[in-house]
Design a protein around this ligand. Structure first.
Ligand code: AHR
Length: 505
């Protein structure tokens, strides 16, 4: 048995939890759009063709904002293809994922879906094969009320009122050699700046995200951010960071992914501060972690990619439909905690992706939709991490975090919202339970049954959820709160949630 200490102080506030921390991502990739959010003819589908089962699960997940339409896809996308009479839309070869794109689903359909899902839209413009003019056209089409060719085209296409999309990504992963239209930091920085300037001319309300690094291991990481911000710091509001983690034979490093993400965020924050210090007119720049998740990316790159890219051209072939294990869910929980503890710098985040493609929601074309294991930490955090995030102190036994170094077995975060508090706890030790002692402020008691997501009885850490049998949080009966001290035994490899209330007597 390992032991852990935690101190929670409601006066030590990191900052308000941005609701946009609980974002997601729908890309025209694999079965994310087609057979994911959209499938006319499916038994649950609405008259418009949206899968109601996926809509229901999206709401249950608590997603607040959805990035669209890519991803690598956006870097070759012509947005005009996706508007107008669906029967007349062009069918095209889609280069990023070697697929046939029918364009049956486009901006209008996505906006309609987003409204039903109750999410904000985060729209990306193509800065791979396109540039300033096309981005400005899309913005005018989407947001200008009426009386111009583009805005009237939108109205003729069935949407009288503007979409009023204010959150925009300036391209995607332009630092990656795999990206259509990949650029140097200078080339991209200039293009992003000119696009941002023009977009602000068209609609001064826009909030812009410039593309940062695609991963902490990118050889250009650091210099990329410095150069891009030197061109854009007076024009953009956020810089993105993308981070994927996988087990790939090294479970110790994988379980320390939360720590790795935290360091990545801290590094980007430091670079922003150093860079904007010398730049007159620089805006306050937040960090948009707008692609994060567990993804077996080595398996994709070494096994699945080649046949996909050299095979025949198919409509929405399944791509990277990872099945998530209990271990993956614990790591997803830990990644969320890292961002929660840094809400003073992380302005938004989007888990990649929402459905079928490395996603918490999975579907079959002729069957149901269900929750993967990773659904639960996200849903619980989105529902309960409200108000302010607290600067907690974590101590106790450490475990081997592989290439990350030693990490505490306990990972945690806490939020307070008036007289409600939520404490999120991860035991990242593979085999050992964790005896927790947490110092609480005066007057807090249990508000609900604590829960835990861990290896099912008789199961293994590699168990996954299926359409017929989902692994879900269950009651955690080891938690007590007495005299401002919370104690609990956290099972090995687990994600737990404790809700507290302030007793005002
Ligand atoms: O989310 C899958 C892909 O990962 C996205 O298209 C791309 O931006 C990233 O490399």
């Amino acid at each position: 048995m390992l032991s852990a200490r935690l101190t929670v102080d409601t006066t030590a506030v990191v900052g308000p939890v941005p609701r946009r921390l609980f974002g997601s991502f729908v890309e025209h990739m694999g079965r994310a759009v087609y057979e994911g959010v959209y499938q006319p003819g499916h038994p649950t589908s609405t008259p418009e063709g949206f899968r109601q089962d996926v809509l229901d699960l999206t709401r249950e997940l608590g997603v607040t904002v959805v990035r669209y339409p890519g991803g690598n896809f956006v870097s070759g996308y012509r947005w005009e293809d996706g508007v107008g009479d669906p029967e007349k839309r062009p069918v095209r070869l889609e280069g990023a994922w070697h697929s046939i794109e029918t364009n049956r689903f486009g901006l209008h359909e996505f906006a309609d879906w987003a409204e039903r899902a109750g999410v904000e839209i985060m729209e990306a413009v193509n800065l791979g094969t396109r540039g300033v003019a096309e981005a400005a056209d899309l913005l005018e089409y989407a947001n200008h009320p009426r009386g111009t060719e583009l805005s009237d085209r939108r109205r003729a296409n069935g949407r009288d009122e503007p979409f009023d999309i204010t959150l925009w990504c300036l391209g995607n992963e332009m630092d990656g050699p795999w990206q259509i239209g990949h650029k140097t930091a200078d080339e991209y920085g200039r293009l992003a700046a000119e696009t941002a300037r023009m977009m602000r001319f068209i609609d001064h309300r826009v909030e812009l995200v410039v593309a940062g690094s695609s991963g902490a291991a990118m050889p250009t990481f650091g210099e990329w951010e410095r150069t891009v911000l030197s061109h854009t710091a007076d024009l953009v509001d956020h810089i993105s960071l993308h981070a994927y983690y996988e087990e790939n034979g090294d479970v110790a490093t994988f379980l320390a992914a939360g720590e790795a993400l935290g360091r990545f965020i801290d590094q980007v924050a430091e670079i922003i501060d150093e860079t904007v210090a010398d730049l007159p007119g620089a805006r306050k720049i937040g960090i948009s972690v707008d692609e994060w998740n567990v993804w077996n990316i080595t398996r994709f790159n070494e096994i699945d990619k080649e046949p996909l890219l050299t095979g025949g051209w198919l409509e929405h072939p399944p791509i990277i439909e990872d099945d998530y294990t209990v271990t993956d869910a614990v790591v997803v929980g830990s990644l969320l905690l890292s961002m929660l503890r840094r809400v003073d710098r992380v302005s938004m985040a989007a888990q990649a992706q929402l459905v079928n493609v490395i996603a918490p929601i999975k579907t079959t074309a002729d069957g149901p939709a269900w929750r993967q294991t990773t659904f639960h930490p996200f849903a619980q955090a989105a529902r309960l991490a409200t108000g302010d995030s607290l600067a907690i102190e974590i101590g106790g036994d450490t475990i081997d975090g592989g290439t990350v170094g030693a990490v505490t077995a306990l990972d945690a975060a806490a939020t307070v919202d008036g007289d409600r508090m939520a404490v999120f706890l991860v035991n990242r030790a593979l085999d050992d339970d964790l005896e927790l002692t947490a110092a609480l402020p005066i007057g807090w008691t249990l508000a609900a049954q604590p829960t835990v997501l861990t290896v099912p009885d008789g199961g293994t850490r590699l168990d996954i959820s299926t359409a017929d049998a989902e692994i879900a949080p269950r009651p955690l009966d080891t938690v007590t709160v007495e005299e401002n001290t919370l104690t609990a035994t956290l099972p090995a490899l687990s994600w737990s949630v404790v809700q507290l209330k302030r007793d005002l007597r």
